[in-house]
Design a protein around this ligand. Sequence first.
Ligand code: UD1
Ligand code: MG
Length: 453
Amino acid sequence: MSLEIIVLAAGQGTRMRSARPKVLQMLAGRPLLGHVLATVRRLRPARIHVVIGHGADAVRAAFADAADVTWVHQAEQLGTGHAVREALPGVAQDSTLLVVYGDVPLVTEATLRGCIDAAHAGVALVTMRPPDPAGLGRIVRDRRGAVVAIVEEKDADSSRREINETNSGILAMPATLARELVAALDADNAQREFLLTDVVRHAVAGGVAVLAHETADAGEVAGVNDRMQLALLERDFQRRAAHALMQQGVTVYDPARIDIRGDVRAGVDSLIDVNVVLEGTVDLGERVAIGAGSVIRNSRIGNGVRIEPHSVIDGAEIGEDCIVGPFARLRPGTVLGPRVHIGNFVETKAAQIGTGSKANHLAYLGDVDIGEGSNIGAGTIVCNYDGVAKHRSEVGDGVFIGSNSTLVSPVVIAEGAFVAAGSTVTNKVDARELAIGRARQRNIAGWKPPSQR
Ligand code: UD1
Ligand code: MG
């Protein structure tokens, strides 16, 4: 039977106290809904229906490239049961329906598969036993242990609030059964909403089997209703991501002090010090050491590279055995060959730097190609911008640029050339020439400071 999925994402998320719809709140650098969509896609469903309402335009815009999503508009948010009712007309009869909530972002593919497999003839629910069940729907069982109802906290008396088995919101059943059960829902409850959870009561009344699929890992199905829960889930996500890195053979000095907001691959024996943030697609080779407080985004870092503390690396490719930082900033388009050294307060942008070249202190290297074995002195600036356009410069192999030089782009400094400290270079320097572009020093003998005049 084919699989159809409904994702509920129409709620405002009042408890977030936010101008943006809840499912666009960010977890690990990605909207909550993005996590859910990524996971349900792995189930290869026939269709994914996402129910939107509050902030619908913003949600659609945030997922404009999600061509596989059918958007369903729930004009008034009359409850989770009503949301499913709105989506059901688009669901094929001869299918299994899985319902997931857009605010339960960490659920795993395995748990969803378990739920679908349990939904042959009846209703299957994912349940959990969290340390604190406050706010969640409780699973009511009869004396023989069969599930008979889900009772929302607002509708529960004190004895039912004692129940520690709770509803994750995830459920599956044949689509034909969903149609019958959802049609029977009413708003006769404390919330005055159509509660999807009431399908369980209706199923039991109609003699339909209800199966609870309990997950051992309550954190995986935790929901996000306020910013405290969001922060807790963020830490939970990060703990899991850090563990995954450690399993790949990476030393994470403190798994509680790392943030991974994207896809990170790392080779064995790499070391990540505290307070490192990895964003986007990051590829670390083997034996890479990342110093404390560094931020690395969409970059590839070769084997044996050392990133010293507090470096910011964005859109860069770093060759083997380079040393970068502390306090370096590599911007998009930076490509470092092997064994390059980039030191403190050096900024690079669209810069290609060849094997073994060094810029160890205080420099701006923007829109420049630098050859192999060159040395860029402290305070060197490549003046790539004339106020209107950017220009590229070229520095050959084995060039020595003295400290505090300005290279006014576009300019070429050919191999083996030497630029004297403090020079402003505007014209081509040929191979092995010495360029001196500065005022000549003048010493005035017998000069008196103002006070002694
Ligand atoms: C819901 C469950 C509760 C469960 C908990 C797990 C119901 C009635 N209650 O409570 O049993 O323990 O999740 O996290 O289902 N939504 C719509 N349209 C609506 C209302 C809600 O699309 O009219 C969406 C929301 O955007 C959200 C999801 O449904 O993504 C759940 O709604 P929410 O208000 O968060 O329900 P909970 O109070 O968390
Ligand atoms: Mg919720």
